[in-house]
Structures are given as C-alpha cells and as structure tokens.
Design a protein around this ligand. Sequence first.
Ligand code: S3P
Length: 178
Amino acid sequence: MHSRRHLVNIALIGFMGTGKTSVGRLVAEQLHYDYLDTDEMIQASTGRSITDIFTKDGEPAFRALEQKVVEELASRTNTVISTGGGLPVNPENLASLKTHALVVCLWSSPEKIWERVRHQSHRPLLHDENPQAKIRELLAARGPFYKQADVLLNTDVRSVREVAQQVIHQFRLEASGR
Ligand code: S3P
C-alpha cells in the first residue's frame, strides 16, 4: 500500500488538545528520535509568538509560514513531528508529510478537548466568545482532513503512555513492511 513511501519519521496530526505534544515527546524519547513541533519551528524562525502572528498578520500569513516549515521537514530522518491543529487542512501539507512520515491522527471528543484546553490561553483560534462552539465547528470542518491519516487513535480514554505505545507499535509494523 505504501510501497513508494520511505517512512523515516512519525508525524502527529489532530485537533488542539488531543495530546500531540505530550505523546510526541514520549514517542521521541522512547525511540531515541529527535522531536520537532511545527509551531515551535515557526516561533523560532520568526522570533514571534503564534498569537502575535495571528493577531498582527492574520491566519493566512500563519498558514503560509506553516507550509514553509512542512517543506523543510521533508529532509528530516528519525524525527517525531508534532503539527499545529490546522496544518492538515492544506492538502499539500498532508501529501508532503506522507512522503516521509507515518501520519498518525490523535482524536478526541469536543468535551475532552475543552477539558484540556480551557485553562490555556495561547491558542488564538479559541479566543472566541464561545470557545466550546468553536471547537465543535472546527472539529466538524476538519474531520475529513484528519481522517486521511494513516492511523487514527482516540485519546479520550487512553493515557499518554498507552497512546505513545500504540504509535510506536504502528510505526514498527509499517517500517517492517507488514
Ligand atoms: C491551530 C492549532 C495550534 C496552532 C495555532 C492554530 C489550529 O497548534 O498551530 O494556534 O488551527 O488548530 P496546536 O494544535 O498544537 O494547539
């Protein structure tokens, strides 16, 4: 199925608050891989926060920076990549990631996502009058994109450790050609 793909990395996609950062860090630690986060890469290259970019330059400017970072990732090996929640909405981003990485989507219910993000303030898209409605709306719109991942994992009832184990298991299956 993936015979022309050379899966040397793991990319985690999924909505804000589904556990991409915690799971990604643990998977990287266990595999002795590098860990990269697309938001952190954007912040490092611009010297600005994600909120500042959204507020002053707008979302399209942020998405352009995001796409540039995705292109840079194609030269990586042995890396676990955690991606911003809106990144797979651009089909070119997902297609690019799939050339070198096993793409795993972490999935959660809107209730669980709200529980995880409600006390955090660094996500401009949730600076909304009704953040819970915004979560539902974005989740519904993005569902079809997230579902294009190679593997879908629900993180509602699994611990970070369990999800990380699942990710590693799937990666080993794929890497061994199953
Ligand atoms: C976004 C998710 C954020 C960040 C930005 C936009 C989104 O990343 O890229 O605030 O569109 O869902 P996380 O998913 O890591 O929170």
